[in-house]
Ligand binder design. Structure first.
Ligand code: NAP
Length: 244
């Protein structure tokens, strides 16, 4: 394994992104944790890791804004001279009847979960193409594969990310850049904090492995994708068999 790899994790301040940051940093990778609103949380992760003699960078950028994304990638290239792995994890969700979704809801969902990945990836691949090396991991969702009632805008954004993954894998394969998606099922994070115990129990009964997921399972898949050399254009479901 090449632990000199430089990795950007968007939305690394909480939930799945936080777990990915902690998991990769403790293995020795060079990590830039991107956050937007959760500055205190990002600082705490940096501090916790530094107490284990592990140094990471934290960088505030709203990934829906092209100029802020440019600054994030510029910081990475100026400090490390390269970017090896981009993990597009930042995202939002919203539960609403389709007929209640406003123009703002729609726009916010698409720009946070899809357009942001266009910005980060377009800025990052310039360096990857010149290095003829790279790995992009997009975190989509089970709902991008099979659709969720009352989450039409979320499902549409994540389906778009799946499509972007497959198309980019074809375009960037000749430059030795692998592009894959991880599509989680239900993972215990703030994103699902509105679900009651009863909701969770009902969902658990629908899952063949009979349990909800934890961020650690996504991190394991991320680690495998980083070190793999022959997988590209795939949407990898990590969902306990919830969709088969
Ligand atoms: P979470 O706990 O709500 O965390 C979301 C993260 O995204 C936070 O770190 C947040 O950063 C960041 N973020 C949101 N908007 C941002 C922006 N404009 N710029 C930069 N960062 C932004 O969510 P999660 O459950 O970890 O979800 C992570 C990813 O997994 C998302 O793409 C989500 O759609 C996907 N996913 C989650 C589940 C699940 O069940 N949890 C299932 C399928 C897919 P700040 O707080 O610093 O703003």
């Amino acid at each position: 394994m090449n632990k000199d790899k430089v990795i950007i994790v968007t939305g690394g301040s909480r939930g799945i992104g936080e777990n990915i940051v902690r998991g990769l940093a403790t293995e020795g990778y060079k990590i830039i944790l991107n956050y937007n609103k959760s500055e205190e949380q990002a600082k705490k992760i940096k501090q916790d890791l530094s107490e284990q003699n592990i140094q990471i960078d934290i960088f505030k950028a709203d990934v829906t804004k092209r100029e802020e994304v440019k600054s994030l990638i510029k910081f990475c290239i100026e400090k490390y001279g390269k970017i090896d792995v981009l993990i597009n994890n930042a995202g939002i969700s919203q539960i609403k009847l389709f007929t209640d979704i406003t123009d703002d809801d729609w726009e916010n969902m698409i720009k946070t979960n899809l357009t942001s990945c266009f910005y980060t990836t377009q800025e990052a691949v310039k360096n990857m193409i010149s290095n003829q090396n790279g790995c992009i991991i997009n975190i989509s969702s089970i709902w991008g594969n099979i659709g969720a009632s009352c989450e039409v805008h979320y499902s549409a954004a994540k389906s778009g990310l799946n499509g972007m993954t497959k198309a980019l894998a074809k375009e960037l394969g000749p430059s030795n850049i692998r592009v894959n998606c991880i599509a989680p099922g239900i993972i215990k994070t703030d994103m699902n904090s509105e679900l009651s115990e009863e909701d969770i129990q009902n969902i658990t009964e629908e899952i063949p492995l009979q349990k909800i997921g934890y961020p650690q399972s996504i991190t394991k898949c991320v680690k495998w994708l980083i070190e793999d050399d022959y997988t590209t254009g795939q949407i990898i479901s990590v969902n306990g068999g919830w969709s088969i």
